[in-house]
Design a protein around this ligand. Structure first.
Ligand SMILES: Cc1cc2nc3c(=O)[nH]c(=O)nc-3n(C[C@H](O)[C@H](O)[C@H](O)COP(=O)(O)O)c2cc1C
Length: 209
């Protein structure tokens, strides 16, 4: 592992290394994060702003990425869900310490197709499905026992039968307008390249660390 880490840590990043597509570049770095031994490379910080201009960030899991954008799943009625409904803009940050790499993404957010959410919900362990249904995400609760009671009640009611996805839970897709790749280097002289979507063409600029 140490040898693998050496492959990707503190190695120079040049413009000529970069794929013309930031998504392809992200997929390469994501793969290399796993090779570096980065635990949970799909954990990302998601920052949102609500209608009062209050900014909040939290961790969510990236579940898929392709040319359309970055997809994660959550409760649509949660604070993040409500913020994204009011102001459909967000930022993502990945920090892959094992490779000394950071990726920052900004863009607009849309609700994913119902079928995609249905398929993803169906793929989750049933106990996770139950947790998503009985938890009114981020509401104050009196105790863990209160939650457990609701969990156990639903578990015994469904008895393993398939649970349809509730309409308050599903995916969001962040469609990127900028993607920045940061490679840590010696003396804080890190390499940074930012992709900017200009009229549907990706331009790449180099940034000072
Ligand atoms: C590693 C990690 C992954 C998480 N992944 C998700 C996720 O994919 N979806 C989600 O709704 N919450 C996820 N959470 C919980 C969120 O960080 C957060 O507590 C919750 O979504 C409520 O956020 P909100 O009040 O800003 O809406 C995750 C937490 C951690 C620490």
């Amino acid at each position: 592992m140490a040898a693998e880490k050496l492959i990707f840590s503190q190695i120079p990043l040049s413009k000529s290394d970069l794929n013309p597509s930031p998504i392809n570049q992200f997929q390469t770095w994501f793969h290399e994060a796993t090779l570096c031994g980065q635990p949970e490379p799909n954990a990302m910080t998601l920052a949102t702003v609500d209608q009062n201009y209050d900014v909040t960030a939290r961790t969510v899991l990236l579940k898929s990425v392709d040319e359309q954008g970055f997809v994660f799943y959550t409760n649509y009625l949660s604070p993040k869900g409500q913020a994204l409904k009011a102001i459909p803009k967000a930022a993502l940050v990945f920090w892959w310490q094992s490779c000394q790499r950071q990726v920052r993404v900004t863009g607009t957010v849309t609700v994913v197709e119902a079928k995609l959410s249905d398929d993803y919900f169906a793929s989750r362990p049933q106990d996770s499905q139950i947790a998503s249904i009985i938890s009114k995400q981020s509401e104050v609760i009196p105790s863990r026992d209160y939650l457990l009671e609701k969990f156990n009640e639903m578990q015994s009611r469904v008895q393993g039968k398939p649970i349809p996805r509730p309409d308050f839970w599903g995916g969001f897709r962040l469609i990127p307008s900028t993607v920045e790749f940061w490679q840590g280097r010696e003396h804080r002289m890190s390499d940074r390249f930012k992709y900017l979507n200009v009229d549907d063409i990706w331009q790449i600029v180099q940034l000072s660390p």
